[in-house]
Design a protein around this ligand. Structure first.
Ligand code: BES
Ligand code: ZN
Length: 610
């Protein structure tokens, strides 16, 4: 089997449909109910056993085709969790569908869910819960074939005292009231992998942001969220549809979560989940939405078959995201600007791992590896650079024809890197592309897939970064007198390029320079978390002790791992005591995935027992 991060026997069985009948219990902080999997037998010889993934679940009973049956939750195998073995006494012939009903409850150790008390929400009125299943956390919600190689349609029947959002199309007319609670129903008719299963519940209201789109969030956040997104949502959709083909999912909505959401965005179908840090009041961070929207094709429709080929999801998505930005700004300079930033991030990431590290390969072996540990910029930017290289190799006009072909051919399926290669070679092997033959035969597929370290660097159009580099150079001179006008009219991302340059100086800025930087450009009190955290990295490198408390405070305000993990690592280097104390103070604020990774980064185990 091609996915090492599942213990399920998905070669013998395929989940076709899943019905999730779950109650959100805010008192006990658990999801409880039953999940019915309809599995198709794939083998000729009768298969007598179904193995599903599970992790820290409380399974109370399992029925096979409505009859009770033998089952056992076996010992845990690291991050892959505890396989559930279910016997199918009568066996099943190829093509037969078997219905497995599992009654279950999630436990305190569930890694997919975060539960917030009313006091942890902005209006303090109601509790809040949300899920994050990518990469392998769906198995901590219910037993399933938790691999991106299997796709299922879904029915969601979710009972909660508060509004529910899920990764399906809402059926508001079907909502039933049961006492104080309601059953919220959703349908996902496009088959999706388990990692796209998503739920959230709380005091959620929504407002339109486009023809097919609304934003959902807390009442206090609604107006600002609507303002941030409504100008661009339809433009993003129109641009993406022109590049690939029409959007297949019906609605595209955004759920803006509380600040502990551990990612920038998560491409859950129908409802992208997003960090509130993108609602920065300046529309400077909505490229995250272009990115998550692009996943509607790359990832959600056409899916990498295991986390070893994750670059097919994220590399393609970075490419589409940049194409969407280019279409909207009407200039290639924006494509290159973003690609240059990506290249920089790739260089930093590879330097941090070491250039020979397995995790710097495009295709990363995941045997015995927790995908959360292998996660980095590499699949995003090395993946992007591979796609962009192919684009330049065959020429934009030709590549533009390949894009809809690829997404059409693999829609509703999952694939590996070799199938991607074969699709590319087959398409450009057609007689009309005969003139490309030599170029195409030059592609070093194996090298591209398995070489560690940086790929060949392309030429970039540097027109939008040059001003940033020039200003950075001025900061090298000791007598430089900065002024707010230095960055007048700059985008947030241009300021980020500047800060990145400054933080890379061999001779770091000194305390005075760093403080001057923060004051002159208004960075320390910026509402933009990207800018604030980039500035704090410079301040920490400058050993500006007066900034450390600000770092600690920021760590209590955002739970997005992109900021949290590097800030803890930075703070740990200059003031370990404060880093550990801050983590202990805010550990309950973080999502369990974030909590675990920061624990590893800081080298602290459960601080409660310490
Ligand atoms: N699918 C990812 C988030 C993810 C990846 C969650 C792996 C869990 C495991 C999402 O599309 C993403 O890439 N988010 C980025 C957005 C950015 C690249 C614009 C993020 O969270 O920063
Ligand atoms: Zn992504």
């Amino acid at each position: 089997m091609r996915d090492p991060n599942t213990l399920s026997n998905y070669d013998a069985w395929r989940t076709k449909h899943t019905t999730a009948n779950l109650t959100v219990d805010f008192q006990q902080k658990q999801l409880r109910g039953s999940v019915i999997l309809e599995l198709e037998s794939r083998t000729d010889k009768a298969s007598n056993e179904i193995i599903l993934d599970s992790s820290y679940l409380n399974v109370s009973s399992i029925k096979v085709n409505s009859a009770s049956s033998d089952w056992e939750v076996k010992d845990r195998q690291g991050a892959n969790g505890s396989p559930v073995h279910i016997s199918v006494p009568e066996g099943a012939a190829k093509g037969d569908i078997v219905k497995v009903q599992v009654n279950l409850a999630t436990t305190e150790k569930c890694t997919a869910l975060q539960w917030l008390t009313p006091a942890q929400t902005s209006n303090k009125k109601a509790p809040f819960m949300f899920s994050q299943c990518q990469a392998i956390h769906a198995r901590s919600l219910f037993p399933c074939q938790d691999t991106p190689d299997v796709k299922s349609t879904y029915d969601f029947n979710i009972t909660s005292p508060h509004v529910v959002v899920a990764s399906g199309v809402p059926l508001p007319e079907a909502t039933e009231t049961v006492g104080e609670e309601k059953v919220y129903k959703f349908q996902q008719k496009v088959p999706i992998p388990s990692y796209l299963f998503a739920l959230a519940s709380g005091d959620i209201v929504s407002a339109p942001i486009g023809k097919r789109s609304s934003v959902a969030t807390g009442p206090n956040e609604l107006k600002a969220s609507q303002w941030e997104l409504e100008g661009d949502m339809d433009k993003f959709l129109d641009a993406a549809e022109k590049i690939v083909f029409p959007y297949q999912w019906g609605e595209y909505n955004v759920l803006v979560l509380p600040p502990s959401f551990p990612y920038g965005g998560m491409e859950n179908p129908i409802f992208t989940f997003a960090t509130p840090t993108i609602i920065s009041g300046d529309k400077q961070n909505i490229d995250v939405i272009a990115h998550e929207l692009a996943h509607s094709w790359s990832g959600n429709l056409v899916t990498s078959c295991s986390w070893e080929h994750f670059w097919l999801n994220e590399g393609w998505t970075m490419y589409l995201e940049r194409r969407i930005q280019t279409a909207i700004h009407g200039s290639d300079a924006h494509f290159d600007f973003s690609a240059i930033r990506g290249w920089k991030a790739l260089e930093e990431s590879i330097e941090e791992f070491g250039k020979d590290h397995e995790f710097t390969k495009l295709c990363i072996s995941h045997k015995g590896i927790d995908p959360d540990d292998a996660f980095s910029t590499v699949p995003y930017e090395k993946g992007f650079h591979f796609i962009y290289y192919l684009d330049r190799l065959v020429g934009r006009q030709n590549f533009d024809k390949f894009i809809p072909h690829y997404f059409g051919k693999w829609a509703n399926k999952s694939l590996d890197s070799f199938e991607f290669r074969d699709t590319f070679l087959e398409f450009f092997g057609a007689p009309e592309y005969a003139s490309l033959e030599d170029k195409i035969s030059e592609i070093d597929w194996d090298g591209r897939f398995y070489n560690t370290g940086l790929p060949p660097k392309p030429e970039f159009d540097t027109s939008l970064v040059d001003v940033c580099y020039e200003l950075a150079k001025k900061w090298k001179q000791n007598d430089f007198k900065p002024s707010p006008s230095d960055i007048e009219g700059w985008t947030g991302n241009q300021i980020l390029v500047l800060l990145n340059e400054l933080s890379d100086f061999e001779q770091p800025l000194n305390v005075e320079q760093s403080q001057l930087l923060g004051k002159t450009y208004g960075l320390a009190d910026s509402k933009n978390a990207e800018l604030k955290s980039a500035y704090y990295h410079i301040a920490m490198k400058a050993k500006d002790t007066s900034s450390y408390q600000g770092v600690a405070d920021l760590l209590g305000e955002v739970g997005r791992m992109k900021f949290v993990r590097p800030l803890y690592r930075g703070l740990n280097k200059v003031d370990r005591e404060l880093a550990v104390k801050t983590f202990e103070k805010y550990r309950d604020f973080y999502h369990p995935i974030c909590r675990q990774l920061v624990e590893k980064d800081l080298g602290v185990s459960d601080a409660k027992s310490a």
